[in-house]
Design a protein around this ligand. Structure first.
Ligand code: CMP
Length: 472
């Protein structure tokens, strides 16, 4: 209410009280004249009661205005809640009225009349059921003081948001952000969950935006924070926070958390923040993200799908001793192999065993170990594309070392028959294998202090391989 409106209201109460007081004085004077009518008799008592009631009413309003418009505001700094004022008016008026009534109609017991009347009680109870519910809910709201005039509240059940304008004995008056007035009954407000953003509290808001993945997060944080903290209605008591909310499908998603001086203006401030973010990003070469998808198109180069056999042939082609083989021969050899998988630590070959096949490491890694005084000693580690077990296969002698998987390892086993077939079409293969065997034998002889493996010359090896495989 404006100051002039308040002044005129006070003047109105004051003059009305003076008029009623004056009227009462004249009334009394007329009836107390000698030979005049004897006052407080018969029907004359009714206008007297009305006049006094009016006097009480206006006096109570004047006291109400004095107490709440001046004293309360002076002490607390804000307008007194309407409900408190109404309760005060009601109580003061009722008490004074009963006192005056009892004085005028001494033969009628008004208090007893009200309290002993069952019908009166039922009528009041039924007629004022909702009103009394609202009234008492209003009293409890005032006692709790969960919110005050000027606070922003959200009635969560129906998402109603607005600024509290007043709390009366019946309802809470809310002004929504569309400038509508909505009345929420006190009893509903007492039942519902209500989100309160107090006027004298630093309330926060979140505003979202997204940038592309190539933009630097550190730069984005700095630039956006500086742009936001300068905006109107953003509190300078807490620095705004800019942080990554999530790494989205096609964007880095951000949120800006900022605190407002006046929460009731959050719609305008959110919009201002978004505007500031847009300009800040634009000025600094950062880019807003929009939904994108990266598609990888794969052109089919071969009409035939790649098979496991192709993969094995591919692996065999990387083994140096098989490099002279044609793609067809490699595929033939691949068909003749058997794949085996071993867990880390499993032994694939044990020294001294008979052996009629060799192995190619397809995936993983193995260690070649010989017995030493302190336990097994690793003399070589073989990885993808390396082979082992050829010594026993081509010489017919027992296995010369242990071979142990160092990790999960897949090997391709090539048997005697498959190798014989290869040797028939590629006699030069036997020669390159004999060199490898000779080298490994020499290495074993050097590494092994106790066991003395038989060392043969390459030429001797080659002839024994040929003999073993029935080659000319
Ligand atoms: P074989 O003797 O059949 O069984 C053990 C295998 O270990 C052997 O064949 C070779 O293939 C392999 N081997 C032995 N010594 C070495 C070495 N020094 N370097 C690589 N591999 C070896």
């Amino acid at each position: 209410m404006t100051a002039s409106g308040e002044r005129s209201r006070i003047a109105y109460y004051f003059s009305a009280t003076v008029v009623v007081g004056l009227a009462s004085f004249i009334f009394l004077k007329i009836f107390s004249l000698p030979g005049g009518l004897h006052y407080f008799e018969g029907l004359w008592r009714i206008p007297w009661l009305i006049l006094l009631s009016l006097f009480i009413f206006f006096s109570v309003r004047v006291v109400n205005a004095l107490l709440f418009d001046f004293l309360f505001r002076l002490r607390r700094g804000y307008e007194a809640p309407t409900l408190i004022r109404n309760i005060f008016t009601l109580l003061a008026f009722t008490i004074l009225f009963v006192l005056v009534f009892n004085r005028i109609y001494q033969e009628i017991n008004l208090g007893g009349l009200i309290t002993t009347s069952a019908i009166f009680g039922v009528i009041i109870g039924l007629a004022l059921q909702d009103t009394l519910g609202n009234f008492f809910a209003g009293i409890s709201l005032h006692a709790d003081r969960p919110f005050q005039v000027g606070d922003v509240i959200v009635v969560t059940s129906n998402k109603l948001t607005g600024v509290v304008e007043s709390i009366t004995w019946r309802a809470i008056k809310i002004r929504t952000f569309q400038n509508h007035i909505v009345l929420v009954s006190n009893s509903l407000a007492a039942r519902e969950a209500i989100e309160v953003s107090p006027r004298d509290n630093l309330n926060a808001r979140l505003v979202f935006f997204s940038t592309i993945y190539t933009d630097s997060p550190a730069k984005t944080i700095h630039i956006v924070r500086e742009a936001v903290r300068d905006s109107d209605n953003v509190s300078d008591k807490i620095t705004p926070i800019v942080r990554i909310r999530q790494l989205g499908d096609s964007s880095v998603d951000w949120e800006v958390k900022y605190w407002l001086d006046d929460y009731a203006r959050y719609n305008d401030t959110d919009a201002l923040i978004r505007q500031r973010v847009w300009y800040a990003l634009r000025r600094n070469g950062l880019t807003f993200a929009f939904p994108t998808r990266t598609l990888y198109l794969e052109r089919a180069v071969s009409p035939r799908p790649v098979t496991v056999e192709d993969q094995i042939a591919d692996r065999l082609s990387a083994v140096d001793i098989f490099s002279p083989l044609s793609p067809d021969e490699l595929r033939q050899l691949a068909k003749a192999t058997a794949g085996h998988i071993f867990a880390p630590g499993e032994t694939l070959i044990r020294a001294g065993d008979e052996g009629s096949s060799m192995f190619v490491v397809h995936n993983g890694c193995v260690a070649v170990q010989i017995a030493d005084r302190g336990g097994p000693r690793t003399v070589a580690e073989l990885t993808e594309g390396n082979f082992f077990g050829e010594m026993a296969l081509f010489t017919g002698e027992p296995r010369t070392a242990n071979v142990v998987a160092l990790e999960e390892t897949e090997v391709l086993e090539i048997g005697h028959a498959a190798m014989k077939h290869i040797f028939q079409t590629n006699p030069s293969l036997a020669e390159s294998i004999s060199w490898t065997i000779a080298e490994r034998q020499a290495q074993l002889a050097k590494d092994s202090a106790s066991a003395q493996p038989s060392i043969q010359e390459t030429a001797g090896l080659l002839s024994s391989i040929k003999r073993f495989f029935g080659l000319r």
